[in-house]
Design a protein around this ligand. Structure first.
Ligand code: C2O
Ligand code: CU
Length: 499
């Protein structure tokens, strides 16, 4: 195994900043878009069983260079798991790394024991030494663990990633992320684009050193003395290379037909405003059909997509509106220089297309915010020096403590949660999804908030109110900022759902 910086991390290591690659970077749109491998299931006792080994590997990301990664089965992105709604899925994760790991299925309605609580470590086989500074409070496993997912949930685009306390930023950055899709009969019956025209797109940003290794910035403590430096590293880690499904600015050859893209922003901290250049001569470039929690009630035209870390947008793009030979670039309106480009589509052939976007997609229950039994406020803010630790991000003035329960919602009741902030935070709640009922004082979901959400982008000064109902399982869960550096710097809180 190759020694990786990610294997020897100390807490001091993972305070980030904008990073520039020293590697020579490829020209955009020169490599084909990879599609992550779909994992093979074994059907036993009415459940789908998967086995994934977490290990180091060296993969080619930049042409001609080897990048050491931490990978699910040594791959980045990890293999895609495809579940059927109603059929339990069991994933045995074997830890062949030399660091503890924790797996979270993001968007899963999962019993607490399998949800990837941040101190529920799966230790490397043979290692019994707990990481420095952690009491053995978590549900510790050795060598491997069978994560059990009941899959009592609708079709949706989920993803799985590492969730170890204090180290989620560096481990995900080094490769521990993959798709987990759920299908159901309702979705199958729709005439949306299918098979090779249903494409997952995992967008991440990374920086590379001259040998092709990922650069995750170490903070030199002496730099803290310099004015302004803290603001940089507190922002989160941003790379200068945009990867889609692990490839730098790739290109996908498409038919002149409709495609469905399941877009996931798996970046540690970067937000994107996705645009198509050129746009179609008529109509919206994107038609949103689903969000974090599956299908919308009806399709929703979008001129662009503002996507924060961990959010998913399930959209249809109609390349039938372009000519054979055209290229269509997906750009990032929030980018700068190398991060202005994301990927490119090249329309290579005419093709028949019997897909369409129906006017009604799904019946979506609307949570009645007026029926909320309790209103809770969560304030996301940076610690100030008067509190003694200004290198942290806090929720309601408190740094994360795995032992402390901050909120006790009752299962089955609708609650109103108010998220308040002064800077951007993508807020994620485990276990059950929510609906945005007000943003920035205006009623209803904002343009990018449609449908069932599990992550919502809180923008500066814009209070976001969501209606949430925990329906499934009693136990301990977390909610947190999904800017992974903010999460690692304590912007996380426990809630315990009660019968
Ligand atoms: Cu995608 Cu708690 O995480
Ligand atoms: Cu944040």
């Amino acid at each position: 195994a190759t020694a990786l910086p990610g294997c020897a991390l100390t807490k001091e290591y993972q305070t980030g900043a904008e990073v520039s690659s020293t590697a020579e970077l490829p020209k955009p749109f020169n490599v084909p878009l990879p599609i992550p491998r779909v994992a093979d299931a074994e059907r036993r006792n009415g459940a789908d069983h998967y086995a994934i080994t977490q290990r180091t590997a060296e993969i080619e990301i930049l042409p001609g260079k080897k990048t050491p990664i931490l990978g699910y089965d040594g791959e980045f992105p990890g293999p895609t798991i495809v579940s059927r709604s109603g059929t339990p899925t069991v994933v045995r994760h074997t830890n062949a790394l030399d660091i503890p790991v924790v797996v979270h299925l993001h968007g899963g309605h999962t019993p607490s024991v399998s949800d990837g609580f941040p101190t529920d470590f799966v230790m490397p086989a043979g290692s019994h030494e707990l990481p420095h500074g952690h009491a053995a409070s978590g549900r510790i496993k050795h060598g491997h663990f069978d994560y059990e997912y009941p899959m009592k949930q609708r079709a949706a685009t989920l993803w799985y990633h590492d969730h170890r306390m204090d180290f989620t930023g560096p481990t995900v950055y080094h490769g521990l992320a993959g798709f987990h899709l759920i299908h159901d009969d309702e979705e199958d019956a729709l005439p949306l684009p299918k098979d090779e025209r249903d494409v997952p797109l995992m967008i991440t940003d990374r920086a590379f050193d001259g040998d092709g290794a990922f650069v995750y910035p170490a903070l030199d403590p002496t730099m803290l003395e310099e004015p302004g430096v803290e603001d940089d590293y507190m922002a989160g880690v941003l790379g200068d290379v945009v990867l889609v499904n692990g490839a730098p600015w790739p290109e996908l050859e498409v038919d002149a037909a409709r495609y469905r893209f399941r877009i996931l922003n798996a970046s540690n901290a970067r937000r994107y405003r996705l645009q198509l250049d050129p746009g179609p001569s008529d109509g919206d470039p994107f038609t949103q059909v689903g969000s974090d929690g599956g299908l919308l009630a009806e399709p929703h035209g979008l001129g662009d997509i503002l996507i924060a870390p961990a959010e998913r947008f399930d959209v249809v793009v109609d390349f039938g509106k372009y000519d054979v030979g055209d290229t269509v670039t997906m750009r990032n309106g929030l980018g700068d220089g190398s991060t202005e480009n994301v990927m490119r589509f090249r329309v290579v052939r005419k093709a028949s297309d019997d897909s369409r976007i129906p006017d009604t997609l799904s019946e979506v229950e609307e949570l009645d915010a007026d029926a909320a039994t309790v209103t809770r406020e969560f304030e996301f803010a940076r610690a100030t020096s008067s509190t003694g630790h200004d290198d942290m991000w806090l929720i309601n003035g408190k740094p994360y403590d795995p032992e402390r329960v901050d909120t006790r919602p009752t299962l089955g009741e609708i609650e109103l949660w108010r998220f308040v902030t002064d800077v951007h935070h993508p807020v994620h709640v485990h276990l059950d999804p929510f609906q945005v009922v007000r943003r920035g004082g205006r009623p209803g979901p904002g343009t990018y908030d449609e449908g069932w959400k599990d992550t919502v982008d809180i923008r500066p000064g814009e209070v976001v109110e969501v209606a949430i109902r925990f329906a499934d399982y009693a136990g301990m869960y977390v909610m947190h900022c999904h800017n992974l550096e903010h999460e690692d710097m304590m912007m996380m809180s426990n809630f315990e759902t009660m019968e």
